[in-house]
Ligand binder design. Structure first.
Ligand code: F1P
Length: 594
């Protein structure tokens, strides 16, 4: 058994919020070591069940549930009109719902079938590219958006994704499904046991996530609801479910939907061995990726250097790999308190290639300019040697266009790198692009990879790119000192889950009471040493809303707690010591000295 699997290990926390013993010292690790630690954490995804108290990805009950859900999807694909498969989630979970739904709609169109997949994300399409955590708390909003989407539909298979079994937005949608079983069949996807689902009351609702899960569990007996919740171990950076949580969401959804697609359109059967093989393909994809630890570490190092000296990291991706880049970049803002320009994604073809339902969002502001043309117009001329640029493409993409852009970037900086996916067949193709780059992460996919078709190979390349970019952006922020031990120190507290996570972090590091830590947090949110009774009594939504306009809230609160100083004194300390980890350590040392 792993340390975190013992019942007394951080026993009050669900698995998704526990800290991973493997990464306790990740804040002090070299780039190379960071990548190895991430590899070790990702390996837990495929850990066997033997000896563990938890259900795992390869557990019999998970494979069988995947098969049963695939059968339901296949029925819908086989052609009943007025049916829909809805994938829905918040943050990363919603972004992956988008990525997977658009992939399978394109696949359906390619075999002349109408698209039946739809996605929902809390905060709508804006949230695909920027952080919008507040709507995650809104169960009514979840219900309304599902109702609106499914108006007039006779049958809906609803797949709600919440890694921590915690988002009220998704709980509301599952509740709606339970109220209308004649239309909806609910599926819940997440990575905690049902007993660890969030039990906190949801304002204005009679249900909690926990009570919804209990109802779902009862219905699983007759296959009127499904629960896909293997445990994959705590995240490398505590609570950062964009990492393993996101990867497993992608693996599970794609395995189920591709089995359903093959059953509906290629007349294959959905079998136990077939499902197992799909999961094993992903396990191999993870291994193929991490076989290149050294090169990945080089990218982490380069990105880390850029962030440390005020430079930027830009991802220039093609096709769905461009979307993977956009997603990774968007997550740095809430996770590390980053600015949108620190890590930024661009996709060839912009919104047309992204295929989001609301179309171009460019008018919403500069961070919504996502096309390569935008990059050339707005960013290219500002590049310098401090910046790191990453081309992300495959042998199927417009290589001539990749080369053209590479040449333009190279005129400005030598910090150009590439992530290039090539199948065996194309591996020997002449490659002028490599000559322009400081380093190339060339991932060779054996012809056996994605045996069941180009679509599967593409999805594996996406996962592989996700792992590399997660390593680059996480590793770079670790090197920048944004992580203390394995905790994100500068997270945004823009919803109740994040507010509670921040409070727990403050309690753990300062040893103060929950009440005192909440006071310090609010002091940092409102930048005051004198919290009025009115402020203390106002509801959490007001606080999380106020926090969305503030930076460095958690580090400030911690400094106040450790030093016992005013908020403005803490602000000037942090200004003198901008590396959050160093500032925290300096305070911890002085607070333990007599
Ligand atoms: C949803 C989510 C995460 C994000 C952050 C805030 O979590 O948006 O994707 O990284 O932790 O919450 P979940 O509902 O999938 O657990």
């Amino acid at each position: 058994m792993r340390e975190w699997e013992f019942p007394d290990y951080e026993s009050e926390l669900p698995v998704s919020e526990k800290s991973n013993p493997l990464t306790r010292d990740i804040d002090r690790a070299s780039a190379n070591h960071v990548v190895r630690l991430l590899e070790a954490c990702d390996a837990e995804i495929f850990q066997e069940e033997t000896g563990s108290p938890y259900k795992k990805l390869f557990s019999d009950s998970i494979i069988k549930t995947m098969m049963a859900v695939a059968e339901k999807v296949a029925d819908i694909l086989k052609g009943v009109t007025e049916s829909l498969v809805v994938l829905s989630g918040c943050g990363t979970s919603g972004r992956l719902a988008f990525l997977v739904a658009t992939h399978f709609n394109r696949l359906s169109t390619s075999v002349s079938r109408s698209p039946v997949f739809a996605y929902l994300i809390a905060g709508e399409d804006k949230a695909l590219l920027s952080s919008r955590e507040a709507p995650e708390d809104n169960a009514q909003l979840g219900m309304l958006s599902l109702q609106k989407l499914c108006q007039g539909k006779g049958r809906v298979l609803f797949i709600g994704i919440s890694c921590g079994l915690s988002a009220p937005f998704v709980a509301g949608q599952l509740h709606l499904c339970l109220q209308h079983p004649e239309v909806y069949t609910p599926v819940l996807l997440g990575f905690n046991p049902g007993s660890q689902a969030r039990y906190e009351p949801i304002p204005g609702c009679t249900f909690t996530f926990q009570s919804v899960v209990q109802q779902l569990e009862e219905l699983t007996v007759n296959q009127r609801a499904f629960l896909l919740n293997p445990t994959v171990g705590p995240e490398a950076i505590t609570g950062s479910s964009r990492m393993k949580g996101g990867s497993v969401t992608k693996i599970l959804l794609e395995s189920v939907l591709s089995a359903a697609h093959a059953a509906a359109h290629a007349n294959t059967h959905i079998t136990y061995m077939g499902m197992l093989e799909r999961l094993r393909e992903y396990e191999r994809a993870v291994a193929i990726t991490y076989a290149q630890t050294e090169v990945i570490a080089g990218l982490v190092e380069a990105a880390g250097q850029s962030l440390q000296c005020g430079g930027r990291v830009c991802y220039l991706g093609w096709g769905s790999l461009g979307a993977v880049g956009l997603i990774d970049a968007s997550e740095c803002i809430p996770t590390f308190g980053a600015d949108y320009e620190d890590v930024r994604g661009f996709i060839s073809g912009g919104y047309q290639s992204l295929g989001n339902k609301d179309g171009p969002l460019t008018s919403l502001g500069p961070q919504f300019s996502i096309a390569h043309a935008d990059f050339e117009r707005l960013v290219l001329h500002t590049l310098s040697e401090r910046d790191t640029l990453l081309l992300i493409y495959t042998h199927c993409d417009a290589v001539g266009e990749v080369e053209r852009l590479a040449r333009r970037v190279r005129e400005k900086t030598s910090g150009l790198h590439a992530i290039y996916h090539a199948s065996d067949a194309s591996a020997t193709a002449a490659d002028n692009i490599s000559d322009l780059c400081s380093s190339v992460l060339k991932i060779h996919w054996p012809s056996s990879a994605g045996e069941s078709g180009d679509s599967n190979l593409r999805m594996q390349m996406e996962l592989s790119s996700k792992l590399v970019l997660n390593a680059v952006s996480t590793g770079a922020h670790v090197l920048k000192g944004k992580v203390y031990q394995n905790h994100m120190m500068d997270l945004q507290v823009t919803n109740t889950k994040l507010y509670h996570r921040a409070t727990r972090l403050l309690q753990g590091l300062s040893g103060r009471s929950q009440a005192r830590c909440q006071e310090a947090l609010l002091g940092a949110v409102y930048r005051t040493d004198h919290l009025t009774v009115e402020l203390l009594n106002s509801d959490l939504t007001a606080h999380t809303l106020a926090a969305s306009t503030r930076s460095k809230v958690v580090p400030l609160a911690l400094v106040c707690l450790l030093i016992g100083c005013s908020v403005s004194e803490a602000e000037s300390r942090l200004a003198r010591q901008p590396v959050v980890r160093d500032a925290v350590e300096a305070c911890l040392t002085s607070s333990t000295q007599p």
